[in-house]
Design a protein around this ligand. Structure first.
Ligand code: NAD
Length: 260
């Protein structure tokens, strides 16, 4: 399939995990990519992987922090200046934060997580929507989490921010559907990325793989997800095939959230 031939997609958190897997999928379907991550070295490595997978891919790589509003405005402007439009936006960069019961959860940690996961998603939507509204079309996919639709525990900052992402998605989808712009969110469960490995290590230390096995034992599919299983859904939602899907949140979790 070449659903993204001549289309421009901007991806944040593109240098690892779900963002990187989605960039690889879209590059192979013909997209021109603006890839953003605060980790410049990993972004460089990701560019190499994208060119290996899709030798003709056009890439604009920008090292930036999504929690910095001026930086966000800057990478949106640079994307439009380079490619002329933004067809799709995967608003995905996020951090997990420390695992702690709420009474022990520090306010600094709370603000840090919310600054990236919620403020970052908000300002990303704000500036991309200005461009999409001007051009009269576009699709946005925000990365929420099962922690944004259910209580998971020990993640006050993460839960607040991801529930907030769900709210921002529904609110903006209702506002912008009339302008030909669709805004949806994905809510992944535990997908094997560096973030999840980090979370399992926080809980289990050297025994983190055992914690992972215990975690998936309650999943109806008895396994962790793979990054490309999220990338396929994001690509679908950004494509014209999802033309009447708007303001919704799609869990990608093997059915786990329905067991909580
Ligand atoms: P990851 O750590 O593998 O990748 C996240 C990327 O985002 C990294 O490259 C990191 O450098 C970048 N990033 C982090 N903060 C940034 C910032 N302020 N500005 C710019 N870039 C920044 O994690 P992942 O698992 O791929 O997570 C991607 C998104 O998916 C996050 O929003 C996360 O909350 C969400 N999510 C992940 C899972 C999972 O199981 N992996 C589940 C639910 C939701």
């Amino acid at each position: 399939m070449m659903r993204f031939q001549d289309k421009v997609v901007l991806i944040t958190g593109a240098a690892s995990g779900l963002g990187r897997a989605t960039a690889l999928q879209l590059a192979q379907e013909g997209a021109k990519l603006a890839i953003v991550d605060r980790n410049g070295a990993a972004l460089e490595e990701t560019q190499g992987a994208l060119r290996a997978a899709a030798p003709n891919v056009e890439i604009l790589a920008i090292a930036a922090d999504v929690a910095d509003e001026q930086a966000v405005r800057g990478f949106v402007d640079q994307t439009v200046a380079r490619f002329g439009a933004i067809d799709g936006f995967f608003n995905n960069a996020g951090i997990e934060g420390k695992q702690n019961p709420t009474e022990d959860y520090g306010i600094d940690e709370f603000h840090k997580v919310v600054a990236v996961n919620l403020d970052g998603v908000f300002v990303g939507m704000k500036y991309v929507l200005q461009a999409m509204h001007r051009q009269g079309y576009g699709a946005i996919v925000n990365t929420a989490s099962v922690g944004g639709i259910r209580g998971v525990g020990n993640q006050a900052g993460y839960a607040a921010s991801k529930h907030g992402v769900v709210g921002l998605t529904r609110n903006a989808g209702v506002e912008y559907g009339q302008f030909g712009i669709r805004i949806n969110a994905v809510a992944p469960g535990a997908i094997m990325t560096p973030m999840v490995e980090g979370a399992l290590r926080q809980i289990g230390g050297d025994d983190w793989e055992a914690v992972g096995r215990e975690y998936v034992s309650v999943n109806p599919m008895k396994r962790l997800g793979r990054p490309e299983e999220v990338a396929y859904v994001v690509a679908f939602l950004l494509s014209d095939q999802a033309s009447f899907i708007n303001a919704t949140v799609i869990p990608i979790d093997g059915g786990q959230s329905y067991k909580y």
